[in-house]
Design a protein. Structure first.
Length: 175
């Protein structure tokens, strides 16, 4: 009779104890304060006054404000912004709607901007309000106008990253 109550070296009493203890241990481990953050941060372009959005135009020598909301379930870390030409019609657009593109062209003096920004510690929401002005020229001459990409990337403290690529136009203001 003793053999019938043993399962692979465990008595029925031991199996019953483990079947109660194991789920309790797993539940308490899941409630640990050291839980791993596995959620990516978010970039919100749906806030009032968000800029730029896909297909927007930015004018050389005219000030504008980059405005969007960044959020994370735990804590944000940093973000980066870049502008680069899209004269060859490559794509990293993350938006559904497409923008009308100009004919292909070879860059002569394309505008390029890349910069990283730290987000103050402890924040899970951060609204970017970054004043900018894109100059129209360098010492060598005028920048090329036309199709460009605005690219933003946000990283949370755990290292998860989210990107948005927007198609924009850089133009000279009309006199």
């Amino acid at each position: 009779m003793k053999l019938k109550t043993q399962i692979i070296g465990f008595s029925m009493k031991s199996c019953l104890q483990y079947s109660v203890l194991l789920p309790a241990m797993l539940i308490s481990a899941g409630c640990s304060k050291n839980a791993v953050d596995i959620q990516k941060p978010e970039i919100h372009l749906d806030i009032d006054g968000a800029f730029p959005r896909n297909c927007d135009t930015i004018y050389f020598d005219r000030p504008f404000v980059i405005r969007m909301l960044l959020s994370d379930n735990v804590q944000l870390g940093a973000y980066s912004i870049s502008f680069h030409h899209n004269f060859d019609h490559h794509s990293h657009t993350t938006e559904i709607n497409t923008c009308e593109l100009e004919p292909l062209k070879n860059p002569v003096r394309p505008y390029t901007f890349i910069n990283d920004f730290l987000i103050p510690d402890g924040l899970s929401n951060y609204e970017i309000e970054l004043p900018m002005l894109i100059p129209s020229r360098t010492t060598e001459g005028l920048f090329d106008d036309g199709d460009y990409h605005f690219y933003i990337s946000v990283t949370d403290k755990e290292g998860w990253t989210t990107q948005k690529g927007l198609s924009i136009k850089l133009r000279y203001p009309k006199p």
